[in-house]
Structure formats: structure tokens, C-alpha cells
Design a binder for this molecule. Structure first.
Ligand code: NAP
Length: 261
């Protein structure tokens, strides 16, 4: 087991990519803290599943965009565990609107959750990790952090900032024994993606992906295990794309458009 007896906090761990990461960590022997905001029941189900895998687990409410909530979450975690080894900043929101149609309120919401939330948890859990000799922080950014979405400018900008925050934190926290890396998923089958596309559109998208499929949450979870474990102990400040080739698909799309294939 790659994460035996590690203590891992996963924000937004009740569903989607966060749930897959939480359960894959549990399979690798980690005790997991499943943060949730709205999905309380789902978070408790993840706890039950983790217990069945033989590890301890805790569901904790926090809106990561509120610094006080993050502080309270850390208190709850430290009541049960005397350390934190791994932090996964997975919580995120997407508002699919063109910039000119995005309200200031919507912009602020996306930045508050996707960027400020990551800073708050790094600040709070980074100190805890430093006091127990180090660990690994993994920020779930997006390919949208380097390829602008058609709509959703606030999302793209927030994810680009998360990639730089990752590098900044990696540089500053290296001396504390903390590695910080980002994962940049392309399309992954979760509520976030499925709410944006019809079944038919998804099938078409799959045909235009170099690897001919939309990713599953477990694809991201496997990479998260690598970055959380000692297998990656010489890696910090990196941002890993995991996108079925989406970021390199420009000429594939062009060829399909020109019917050259
Ligand atoms: P999802 O199914 O919509 O799940 C979003 C998660 O974020 C939920 O667990 C939700 O928790 C949590 N969350 C949202 N706002 C929160 C807040 N204020 N405080 C705490 N938790 C909050 O989406 P997903 O696809 O699994 O997304 C996970 C991460 O991957 C996000 O950062 C997303 O940007 C990124 N990503 C996804 C894709 C994709 O194609 N799916 C691609 C690139 C990047 P509650 O339900 O408890 O509120």
C-alpha cells in the first residue's frame, strides 16, 4: 500500500473526482477526511465505504471559500488525528458564461472557491503539515488553466492562478518538507461535465479526443496517489495534464474538419 497510515484531507470529497481520490487513497491505506459543503449524505457514504476498506474516515463540513470554515475544519481534524500528511484541493465550481455576461457576483464566487479556497487550505493545513515534518499538497486545477474555455472565463482565470499558486507554494514550502503539485484534468465524467453536455454531445466529444474517450474520476485518482506517495518524492511545483490528449488535439480537429482522416 502506497499511503499506509497517512492522513489525507480531500476538499469536496463527497462526489465526483474528490470522491474517487478519497476512496483510492483509502484503498492505499490512508485515513481520509472527506470535506463537503452541500453533499453531506454523499460524504457520509464515502466515510462508510472507507471504513469497509479498513481505514478510519471523517466527514467534515466547510465552505472552503470561507476562511473561518477552513479553520474550524482543521480544528475538527486535529481533534481526531494528530497530523495531516496529504491535502487535496479538489473543491471547485464552474459557471459557464461569457465574460461580458458574467456578473461581478458570479466572478467573485468562482474566484472565492477555486482560488481563495486553495490559499486558505494551504495556509491552514500547510502549517499543520510543516509541524509534522512535511507532506504533499495536490491542487486540482484544469486544462482550462492553460487553454481558455469557450465560456467560463472566471473558471479559466481561477485555474490558471491555481497553477501559479501551486508553483509559488512549492517554492516556499519545500524547506518545510512539503511538496506541492497540480493536476490539470481535461474532460472527466462528473456532474460538472455531465450537466454541460447532452449524451449525444458527449459521444461526439469522445470521437474527437485523441484517446477516444472522456476520462473517469479514477483516472485522476491514480495520478493523485502517485503525487501523494513517496513515488513522487523528487517532484514539486509541477502541473500535470491528464486529458486523453485534449491539449494536443488541434491538428486532429483540423484534419477531421477538413475530412482528411
Ligand atoms: P463536481 O462533481 O461538480 O464536484 C464539485 C465538488 O466541489 C463537490 O464535491 C462539491 O462539494 C465541492 N465544492 C464546491 N464548492 C465548494 C465549497 N465552497 N466548499 C467545499 N466544497 C465545495 O465536479 P468535479 O468534476 O468532481 O470537480 C472536482 C474538481 O476538478 C474541481 O476543482 C474542478 O474544477 C476540477 N476539474 C473537473 C473537470 C471535469 O471535467 N469534471 C475538468 C477539469 C477540472 P458539495 O457537493 O459538498 O458542495
Amino acid at each position: 500500500m502506497k499511503l499506509l497510515n497517512k492522513v489525507a484531507v480531500i476538499t469536496g470529497g463527497g462526489r465526483g473526482i474528490g470522491k474517487a481520490i478519497a476512496l483510492e487513497f483509502a484503498r492505499e491505506g490512508a485515513h481520509i477526511i472527506v470535506n463537503y459543503k452541500k453533499s453531506r449524505d454523499e460524504a457520509y457514504k464515502v466515510v462508510e465505504e472507507a471504513n469497509k476498506l479498513g481505514v478510519s474516515a471523517l466527514a467534515v463540513y466547510a465552505d472552503v471559500s470561507k476562511y473561518k470554515d477552513v479553520l474550524n475544519m482543521a480544528k475538527t481534524v486535529l481533534n481526531k488525528y494528530d497530523k495531516v500528511d496529504i491535502l487535496v484541493n479538489n473543491a471547485g465550481v464552474l459557471i459557464n458564461k461569457k465574460l461580458l455576461e458574467t456578473s461581478v457576483r458570479e466572478w467573485t464566487k468562482v474566484v472565492n472557491v477555486n482560488l481563495n479556497g486553495v490559499f486558505y487550505t494551504i495556509k491552514v493545513f500547510g502549517k499543520i503539515m510543516a509541524s509534522n515534518g512535511g507532506g504533499s499538497i495536490i491542487n486540482i486545477a484544469s486544462v482550462a488553466g492553460y487553454i481558455p474555455l469557450m465560456n467560463g472565463g472566471a473558471y479559466s482565470a481561477s485555474k490558471a492562478a491555481v497553477i501559479m499558486l501551486t508553483k509559488q507554494a512549492a517554492l516556499e514550502l519545500a524547506s518545510e518538507g512539503i511538496r506541492v503539485n497540480a493536476i490539470c484534468p481535461g474532460p472527466i465524467k462528473t456532474d460538472m461535465l455531465l450537466s454541460e453536455y447532452t449524451e449525444r454531445e458527449l459521444r461526439i466529444r469522445e470521437r474527437y479526443m485523441p484517446l477516444m474517450r472522456i476520462g473517469d474520476p479514477i483516472d485522476v485518482a491514480k495520478l493523485a496517489v502517485f503525487l501523494a506517495s513517496d513515488d513522487s518524492k523528487y517532484i514539486t511545483g509541477e502541473a500535470y495534464g491528464i486529458d486523453g490528449g485534449f491539449a494536443i488535439s488541434t491538428y486532429l480537429l483540423l484534419n477531421k474538419l477538413l475530412k482528411r482522416d
